[in-house]
Design a binder for this molecule. Structure first.
Ligand code: 13P
Length: 342
């Protein structure tokens, strides 16, 4: 195993102040987002949307990696250029989502286990030949009455660790994503406890499977109250709870932490990441970055609406969000930047 190579690659993804754009929704999730805006749900519109994103002028200034779905890594721009080439030409690293989705966890109503380990060694070889140097696997954990169960946390942590070990064997850097969902009425404290428990379990399993921590990226949720909690947290409270939880559970050997957005509004996601970097950046062992899907894509998708005439305006909105999050990594984002469109 080329440990040094993997470590260099992992660092490259979080170096500087750039972050990651997640563009790896499954076809059905992408269709759901299109349906919400009345955009036709076809392979063609999904391709058009993804071409709009990867050809956004200047995207590489703020984005170091783009996560692709199996459908997208095989697609091309209208002029025949493979998406992977367009991404590399923009100075961005292609990342591939390799899990095959979350299914019901047997015997545990309301909980899910992420699948995709079968045949993964072979698929990683294929993706590596296509130019992917990173992979992503997402596990989902639900907070609820009596949830999450030990069974759900342990099974997902073990799958994440087995995936991560296979990635490193193939010379690829694993992005390890255990997502504690925002749905629910739980408070900040409960999210913090569950997230800490999940992260501790994941790192225990990563250790058992022999994963090199210097050659991985963690993609966690921010610590937030549930969407249905009557008392929402300020950006500073979120920053404090999230960093406290991460300091307890994430080893210093991990080079970077890139948050998912999880359904937060674009502006809140930027403000919360900014608050963490303003208050703690100089005191942390790992970089605090972003790997957002909805919080970067949504405003642009609302402008685009499937219309060719809106491509430019949508790309400007996407570029704006990428820049806002780049600034948030530097602790230089303010809400006054919103609405300016640049
Ligand atoms: P969101 O930022 O929309 O949560 O998506 C991130 C992601 O990659 C989900 O797997």
């Amino acid at each position: 195993m080329d440990t040094q190579g993997i470590e260099n690659t992992a660092r490259a993804l979080v170096e500087g102040d750039r972050g990651i754009l997640a563009l790896d929704e499954s076809s059905s999730t992408c269709n759901k987002r299109f349906a919400g805006l009345g955009i036709p749900q076809t392979e063609g519109t999904r391709r058009d949307w993804r071409e709009l994103i990867v050809t956004t002028p200047g995207l590489g200034e703020y984005i170091s990696g783009v996560i692709l779905h199996d459908e997208t890594i095989r697609q091309q721009k209208k002029n025949g250029t493979p998406f992977v080439k367009a991404i590399l030409d923009a100075g961005i690293i292609p990342v591939i989502k390799v899990d095959t989705g979350a299914q019901k966890l047997a015997g545990h109503p309301g909980e899910k286990i992420t699948e995709g380990l079968d045949g993964l060694r072979r698929r990683l070889q294929e993706y590596s030949q296509m130019g992917a140097r990173f992979a992503k696997w997402r596990a989902v954990i639900t907070i609820g009455n009596g949830l999450p169960s030990r069974a759900c946390i342990e099974a997902n942590a073990q799958a994440l660790a087995r995936y991560a070990a296979l990635c490193q064997e193939a010379g690829m850097v694993p992005m390890v994503e255990p997502e504690v969902l925002m749905e629910g009425e739980h408070d900040l404290e409960r999210c913090s406890k569950v997230t800490e428990d999940v992260l501790r379990t994941v790192f225990h399993q990563l250790h058992i499977q022999g994963v090199t921590l210097e050659g991985m990226i963690l993609k966690p949720n921010m610590v937030l109250p549930g969407l249905g909690c009557p008392r929402q947290a300020t950006a500073d409270e979120t920053a404090e709870a999230t960093v406290r939880c991460l300091l307890r559970a994430v080893p210093a050997a991990v080079p970077g932490i890139a948050f998912l957005s999880g359904g937060q509004s674009s502006e809140l996601a930027s403000a919360r990441l900014n608050a963490m970097n303003v208050r703690f950046k100089t005191r942390l062992p790992w970089a605090l970055s972003f790997s957002f899907a909805r919080a970067i894509q949504q405003p642009a998708m609302e402008i685009w609406h499937g219309q060719g005439a809106k491509v430019k305006a949508a790309q400007q909105a996407l570029h704006h969000r990428a820049r806002c999050n780049w600034l948030a990594r530097r602790g230089e984002y303010t809400s006054a930047m919103e609405g300016a469109g640049s």
